[in-house]
Design a protein around this ligand. Structure first.
Ligand code: ADP
Length: 491
């Protein structure tokens, strides 16, 4: 029964573009037969018969045009007009009666066709719209289901927040990482996140990358955050980006969160090992140097030049070893925040002269030129600044294998002292420029060993200058040379 109602009811069939041919034919023929019966047996008045027939056919055309589109309406019209012609023929109309009946039939046909066309066209358009809308909704639902599965299966935590509602969506992984997260953050600005830290500083929620991306459109990559709750301590690597609409307005933000605790632990163990090993190496190296010095003294007494040469070379190598160990210790101090500064007032220009004099002694091929001799005073850690200068000038020498001049300049620039060391050496490419101040970064591959080194010098220099609230940077053209700059607040 329900199926029959569904079949007959045109409203239920909205959006169904399978239009029937048989049903309009059958129902129209049944109606025509019923009309014949009514005309012959019930209604005797021809005007009443005519009105009745026209009313039934108009209703039928509207029904089929709405149920089966233009074609449904046209089929009914065609059968109705055939019936009218049959009436004219079977009732034996003559002359003027005949011509009035034929004309009326034609006018009715025109009206019926127009009616069938308008209603049928509207119905077909409606069906099309409904189909397109349903398909679009289905596609959106499918896409969402697909996204949901991908989101849930991702091995990283994903957090999404909607700008209007502050509604938060998460995937399963995030719950494994930081536990369940509230599904709405009503007042993002005020909510304090009690357990997240960055560089030892407690983070409020507005400092979280996701909230920053949402509020200011920042794109954040690879930010490291320490997360603590009652039972666990995690290190997270967090990325975040805003989601914008066509008009470039932020409508939401998404963040991915990766657990790097294991990586961090490994790194920590490695740092601890380097720290321990360098401490352990310090004492034997110092002893070795003393023994070599004693030996050198004794041997020179006996004037054996060959042994003296070997011992001198041993002394140089031990010095180098001591430098490496000392750099390793500095790196470890920086990592653990234990690089302390003993600041004092001193003449930076004099320190530069002294350093360049010492380093000039290490090379015959290079000419170290100090460009200006103006008195510049700074309040800084003299030993640490000496270390920076030594590193930059030694690099300028090392990376200019063909010799030539190295120009050193020291001048005041605003509230800062500005030092530059310019060489005509191998230079640094654009890509590498960004990375040379990183820990253990070396442009040469370890296997090539064109220039020996461990990539610690610039990292230590950068940290020293940073802690003095200064800046360090490089300008360079590959193949032409580099100029390293650093600035320090004037003392
Ligand atoms: P190291 O010299 O021990 O390798 P540094 O940290 O001092 O380590 O330098 C890092 C890298 O920067 C070096 O490997 C080198 O490729 C590049 N570099 C440093 N100074 C210069 C320079 N003056 N000219 C060209 N390249 C340089």
């Amino acid at each position: 029964m329900q199926r029959l109602i569904n079949y007959i009811n045109p409203l239920i069939r909205l959006g169904n573009s399978k239009y029937s041919v048989n049903f309009p034919i059958i129902l129209s023929l049944v109606t025509i037969a019923a009309s014949e019966f009514v005309a012959n047996s019930i209604l005797k008045n021809p005007a009443a018969v005519g009105a009745y027939i026209i009313f039934v056919h108009v209703a039928l055309i509207i029904y089929f045009a709405f149920r089966d589109g233009i074609r449904g309406g046209f089929i009914t019209t065609f059968l109705a007009i055939l019936y009218y012609l049959y009436i004219i023929e079977s009732r034996g109309y003559k002359d003027s009666q005949w011509s009035v009946a034929v004309n009326t039939s034609f006018i009715l046909m025109f009206i019926y066709l127009l009616l069938a066309y308008i209603i049928g066209w509207l119905k077909q358009r409606l069906d099309q719209l409904i189909v397109t809308e349903t398909e679009a909704r289905q596609a959106a639902e499918d896409g969402r289901a697909r996204m949901e599965t991908i989101l849930q299966q991702l091995p990283v935590g994903v957090l999404m927040i909607d700008k209007k509602s502050n509604k938060v969506e998460t995937n399963r992984h995030i719950k494994n990482l930081v536990g369940p997260i509230r599904s709405t953050l009503e007042k993002v600005q005020d909510y304090q996140f009690p357990v997240a830290f960055q560089s030892g500083q407690k983070l409020s929620l507005r400092q979280w990358p996701l909230v920053r991306a949402l509020n200011s459109g920042e794109v954040i990559t690879g930010e490291e955050i320490e997360y603590k709750n009652d039972s666990r301590r995690l290190f997270l690597r967090v990325n975040a980006a805003p989601i914008k609409n066509k008009n470039q307005q932020i409508i939401a933000a998404v963040s991915t969160i990766d657990d790097i605790s294991q990586e961090k632990e490994l790194e920590q163990r490695k740092d601890d090992f380097i720290n321990m090993a360098s401490h352990e190496l310090k004492t034997p190296i110092t002893s070795m140097k003393i023994y070599i010095d004693v030996l050198l003294k004794n041997i020179s007494k006996h004037q054996d030049p060959k042994v003296t040469k070997i011992l001198n070379s041993l002394r140089t190598q031990t010095d180098r070893l001591q430098e490496i160990v000392s750099d390793l210790l500095d790196v470890s101090r920086i990592q653990t925040g234990k690089l302390h500064l003993n600041k004092e007032q001193f003449r930076l220009d004099r320190l530069i002269s002294e350093t360049s004099e010492v380093l000039q002694g290490t090379t015959d091929k290079h000419n170290l030129i100090i460009k200006s001799k103006k008195a510049i005073s700074v309040k800084a850690d003299r030993f640490r600044i000496y270390q920076v200068l030594t590193n930059l000038i030694a690099n300028a020498i090392k990376y200019s294998p063909d010799g030539k001049k190295i120009q050193i300049e020291c001048k005041a620039s605003g509230t800062k002292a500005l030092v530059s060391i310019k060489d005509d050496g191998i230079g640094i490419s654009k890509d590498q420029k960004k990375r040379i101040f990183e820990r253990l970064y070396q442009v040469n591959k370890m296997t090539e060993m064109t220039f020996p080194g461990l990539g610690m010098g610039l990292y230590i220099s950068k940290e020293i200058i940073k802690r003095h609230r200064g800046n360090i940077w490089v300008e360079s053209i590959e193949g032409k040379g580099s100029t390293f700059f650093f600035s320090l607040p004037l003392g």
